[in-house]
Design a protein around this ligand. Structure first.
Ligand SMILES: Cc1cc2nc3c(=O)[nH]c(=O)nc-3n(C[C@H](O)[C@H](O)[C@H](O)COP(=O)(O)OP(=O)(O)OC[C@H]3O[C@@H](n4cnc5c(N)ncnc54)[C@H](O)[C@@H]3O)c2cc1C
Ligand code: SF4
Length: 564
């Protein structure tokens, strides 16, 4: 092993081949190529197999990184894929778009002076090889279960949960208001970071595995949450956050001032071949325009780089803090700079100017003042520092807030936090509604794909526990009821006819007759949780009712037991 590993002292860090900026400015293809087998082995072999793998600790999925690096260095790729896939439902996606500089790679202990191992690229290489070789299979349960799960949202969180639950055997239904599966992976993140076919491939696998997708299905419009709860044994809400944050600034209502997600979605749809009137009219097309993007997160980075590719005359990014304090990935800033984007750090818009449509952004310089309660220095305008930038298109990328989910879903009793995200019990991941769980951005606020996957997996585990617990309770109660019914029905069936008549008369006055005993049956023995077991309202005779309830108990037992 030692021969193949610990190579960081003799082998330099290398990324897969990156296309030159001049070339990639003109298309939406991914900017990195892939490792070949030899290069992947070499780079994986730079791992020092340290005693405490900080890379693993800082990966939200707790990926077993040292093991898959070792297996790759040894050329055991199928095993490497098995290890990578054991903790991650989309390693090929995370390998491409995780901000590794802040997560696994940023915490690699050989970083100082030697540069970290290229973990993300090796992860992508392993998974792409697995797809090519046919090692990636649809989720196939060992046994089918009768219970059904409804998942609202086909983004990373919903898809990860769907796959985990399907593997356990549940009948999984995913509802999404978009016409394609993937959420922000498809309509937010541009192709040059993640090609759509990568997401479509996962969709196909999940559908082949038996997950049912209901697309163009908006919960709140096409069905209420209550209706879905009737349909399924448990529900997961993974709807992400979509309400664009706004800023108070004179001129914000001018034409050609657009929200980042509208802009990115139209560009992504255009790339997918959809008809996009707002793009075709030029309103959401940066071609031939001076573009100013306001914001410093991943969304802003995607906007500036999209504008470059659409043929903008100039692209500037205005951010009120400095480079060190921006939330977006440093790697993305570097790519954007290479592609010709100009970053205007420590600057914020003061007013948007123009007649009808924006023509200019008046900005002022900022400085970082004292830290607030969150520990971040607060940007403050420098008086008299304003300057003007030409702008035919201003894209606001200031972040996202959750929509009003309780109102949209017709479920006012669904608890939310003061930020509008769904409130859950962090151990059970259940919302304030019994059997309704939540995961991903709608719980965390705008976050990362890798966290969405992690939440989806955790929620799937908790939903499984919940459904099994309900099933066992039902099963136990049904079994007890069944035994009780059998004994009583037997007694009634075999009692002497005369006695029965006499008993019936006696039951008018005495409470010792079998029917009287049935009537006195304590409430606690009834299975109140399943209406199928209720005798009330059936208008059956005592023995008939008992038979019906015994039949219902058998039905419940069958439903909660695995099918062969
Ligand atoms: C422009 C942009 C770039 C990003 N870049 C990166 C990056 O490089 N790396 C990274 O790790 N993260 C990135 N992120 C963040 C990442 O995309 C999200 O954190 C992640 O997608 C959240 O997953 P989710 O499943 O919670 O929600 P989403 O991906 O938002 O999926 C939610 C799904 O729910 C559906 N939905 C919503 N409401 C309803 C309803 N009422 N009925 C039915 N369906 C509904 C939506 O249509 C959507 O498909 C980026 C985000 C944006 C906006
Ligand atoms: S999932 Fe993301 S953080 Fe984890 S190892 Fe892969 S690239 Fe790194």
């Amino acid at each position: 092993m030692a021969q193949r590993l610990l190579k960081f002292v003799s082998v330099d860090k290398a990324m897969p081949a990156k296309r030159g900026a001049a070339e990639r400015r003109h298309d939406f293809g991914e900017i990195y190529g892939e490792f070949d087998a030899e290069r992947a082995k070499q780079q994986a072999g730079r791992c020092s197999q340290c005693g405490i793998p900080y890379c693993q600790i800082h990966c939200p999925l707790g990926n077993n990184i040292p093991d898959w690096l070792m297996l790759t260095a040894e050329g055991r790729l199928e095993e490497a894929y098995e290890v990578a896939a054991a903790t991650n439902n989309m390693p090929e996606v995370c390998g491409r778009i995780c901000p590794q500089d802040r997560l696994c790679e940023g915490n690699c202990v050989i970083e100082k002076g030697f540069d970290s191992v290229t973990i993300g690229s090796v992860e992508k290489y392993i998974t792409e090889t697995a797809f090519t070789k046919g090692w990636v299979k649809p989720p196939k349960p060992l046994r089918e279960l009768g219970q059904s799960i409804g998942i609202i949202g086909a983004g990373p969180a919903g898809l990860a949960a769907a796959e985990q639950l399907r593997r356990k055997g549940y009948q999984v239904h995913v509802y999404d208001r978009y016409d394609r599966v993937g959420g922000l992976l498809v309509y937010g993140i541009p192709n040059f970071k993640l090609e759509k076919q990568v997401v479509a491939r996962r969709h196909e696998l999940l559908a082949l595995g038996g997950i049912t997708f209901h697309l163009n299905f908006e919960v709140g419009r096409d069905a209420s949450l209550a209706a879905l709860r009737q349909r399924h044994d448990a529900i997961l809400i993974a709807t992400g956050v979509y309400q664009a944050r706004d800023m108070a600034c004179p001129g914000i209502g001018l034409g050609n001032v657009v929200a980042a997600l509208d802009y990115l979605t139209s560009s992504n749809r255009k790339g997918l071949g959809d008809a996009v009137p707002a793009f075709d009219s030029g309103a959401l097309d940066a071609a031939g325009k001076h573009v100013v993007v306001v914001g410093g997160g991943d969304t802003a980075m995607d906007c500036v780089r999209t504008a470059v590719r659409q043929g903008a005359l100039s692209v500037r990014c205005l951010y009120r803090r400095d480079r060190k304090n921006m939330p977006g990935s440093q790697r993305e800033v570097k790519h954007a700079e290479e592609e010709g984007v100009e970053f205007v750090w420590l600057a914020a818009p003061e007013a948007l100017m123009g007649e009808g449509a924006v023509r200019q952004v008046r900005a002022h310089r900022m400085h970082l003042g004292v830290a607030d309660g969150s520990g971040r220095q607060v940007p403050q305008p420098l008086p008299g520092s304003h300057f003007d930038l030409p702008a035919d298109l201003v894209i606001m990328a200031l972040g996202f807030d959750p929509e009003d989910v309780p109102a949209l879903f017709g479920a006012p009793e669904l608890g939310v936090t003061r930020w509008g995200t769904l409130k859950i019990d962090f151990r059970s991941m259940m919302t304030s509604l019994d059997g309704v769980f939540a995961a991903g951005d709608i719980v965390r606020g705008a976050s990362l794909v890798v966290w969405g996957i992690r939440d989806g997996r955790d929620a799937a585990e908790q939903m499984h526990r919940y459904v099994q617990a309900v099933g066992q309770r039902l099963q136990g109660a049904a079994a007890a009821d069944l035994a009780g019914h059998a004994v009583r029905a037997h007694r009634i069936r075999h009692r002497p006819r005369r006695d029965a008549h006499a008993g019936f008369l006696a039951s008018q006055s005495k409470r010792s007759h079998p029917r009287a005993r049935i009537r006195r049956w304590p409430d606690s023995r009834r299975i109140r949780c399943d209406p199928r077991l209720s005798r009330r309202g059936h208008g059956l005779s005592a023995a008939g009712s008992l038979r019906a309830r015994a039949g219902a108990a058998v039905a419940v037992l069958r439903a909660v037991q695995p099918r062969a």
